[in-house]
Ligand binder design. Structure first.
Ligand SMILES: Nc1ncnc2c1ncn2[C@@H]1O[C@H](COP(=O)(O)OP(=O)(O)OP(=O)(O)O)[C@@H](O)[C@H]1O
Ligand SMILES: [Mg+2]
Length: 361
């Protein structure tokens, strides 16, 4: 699956831009503030319906303009050409695909499996648990058809139960939501655990390649309740008094998390910036590999400012790994480093400057 054309209008510094990428590696080069991240953002928005730099209305739309537009042509994994467009006014969005309106943003995004890595992606390792849950849920959204309905079901039950908790309800009133909550919560847990188990070997292998000096790596998972001892329904009942006191549900998959360990120890707070970046990259690339195993095609891989914080040796290992994939790859950077041409024999270079993108070759 790869984009064959990408156009945008009213996106940050761009009034308009248009690119014709290759199915392999696309390099976006330009000075600081030129608009490289904004182009990566455009691809990310196709895949997620939102930016990795906050809400659409918080600065994504070019100042003093109307709606942001992103249009694209792409070939699916069977080589069939498609086209699609997304328009966002800051308050609402409209989408079209292959000439027809799409009224469900998730359905639109499901056509664009995009994995993006940007300077904030360290958060996958060293940030809040929400980043790590979202990471796992992205994969399940794409590969497990039953996941999203269960996720919606659980979130509805969580919202209802939390609203009820604020009203000091009788225990039997609260219990009315317990079964729905526990069933959907257990389903989410089941999919997440199975997914992380399947991700672990790939993650370990990539870490070994990227960070051989750090010893063996692994992922450990926490369900969001003492899952090894009891089911979610029992945990919920056991926690009921505390939930009544705090006014929100304290056990469930909304509290789940996973950690990357090196050398068998939890070292999250000890990782250097470069190590955290390499661990986060390992997790993301293991996810891409796992996606291929399930779907038989590569997601689009975007790397904003890939070279930053990596020394020459580690950077080389990452590029070498990428050169073995069949993914459409987007990399942004400030310089045309010779290593790009050395490692990727086929490469398309774009020059990004304030408000303009042009082909460099
Ligand atoms: N809503 C907006 N309207 C107009 N211009 C904007 C808006 N938001 C951001 N910009 C400008 O868009 C430009 C592009 O920003 P972007 O972050 O894409 O640059 P970059 O090439 O990734 O830079 P760096 O190398 O520093 O990461 C910047 O000059 C920024 O000030
Ligand atoms: Mg940038």
């Amino acid at each position: 699956m790869h984009l064959t054309e990408l156009q945008g209008a009213n996106l940050r510094c761009f009034t308009e831009f248009s690119l014709t990428p290759v199915s392999g590696v696309n390099l976006l080069l330009g000075e600081n503030g030129a608009g490289k991240t904004s182009i990566i953002e455009a691809i990310h928005i196709l895949g997620y319906g939102r930016s990795f730099r906050g809400r659409v209305r918080d600065g994504l739309i070019k100042q003093s303009t109307g709606a942001l537009q992103i249009t694209t042509r792409w070939h699916d994994h069977q080589g069939t050409p498609h086209q699609a467009g997304l328009q966002h006014s800051g308050n609402d969005w409209q989408a079209r695909q292959d000439g027809a309106d799409v009224d469900n943003l998730s359905q639109f995004c499901s056509h664009f499996p995009v994995l993006s890595f940007e300077p904030g992606s360290h958060a996958l390792i060293s940030g809040a648990a929400e980043n790590r849950r979202r990471f796992v849920d992205w994969a399940l959204f794409h590969v497990e058809p039953d996941f999203f309905p269960q996720w919606r079901r659980f979130n509805r039950a969580l919202k209802q139960r939390n609203a009820l908790l604020k009203t000091q309800p009788a225990p039997q009133t609260l219990a009315a939501w317990d079964m729905e909550y526990a069933e959907s919560g257990e389903a989410i847990h089941f999919y997440r655990q199975r997914y992380l188990d399947s991700l672990n070997p790939g993650f370990q292998a990539i870490c070994h390649e990227f960070l051989p000096e750090c010893g063996p790596a692994a992922l450990t998972y926490n369900a969001g309740w003492r899952q090894a001892q009891m089911g979610l329904l029992d945990a919920l009942r056991l926690n009921q008094d505390r939930d009544m006191q705090t006014g929100f549900c304290g056990v469930g998959p909304h509290r789940a998390d996973w950690q990357a360990n090196l050398n068998g120890q939890l070292q999250q707070e000890h990782f250097s910036r470069g190590q955290a970046k390499l661990l986060a990259l390992s997790a993301l690339l293991a996810q891409a590999q796992q996606f291929v195993a399930e779907k038989d095609f590569w997601p689009i891989l975007c790397f904003d400012d890939l070279a930053s914080e990596l020394d020459a040796g580690h950077f080389r290992r990452v590029l070498q790994w990428l050169s073995d994939t069949h993914a459409q790859i987007w990399i942004s950077g400030t310089e045309a480093l010779p290593i790009y041409a050395e490692i990727f024999p086929v490469l398309k270079l774009f020059h990004v400057e304030q408000g303009r993108v042009s082909d460099l070759q």
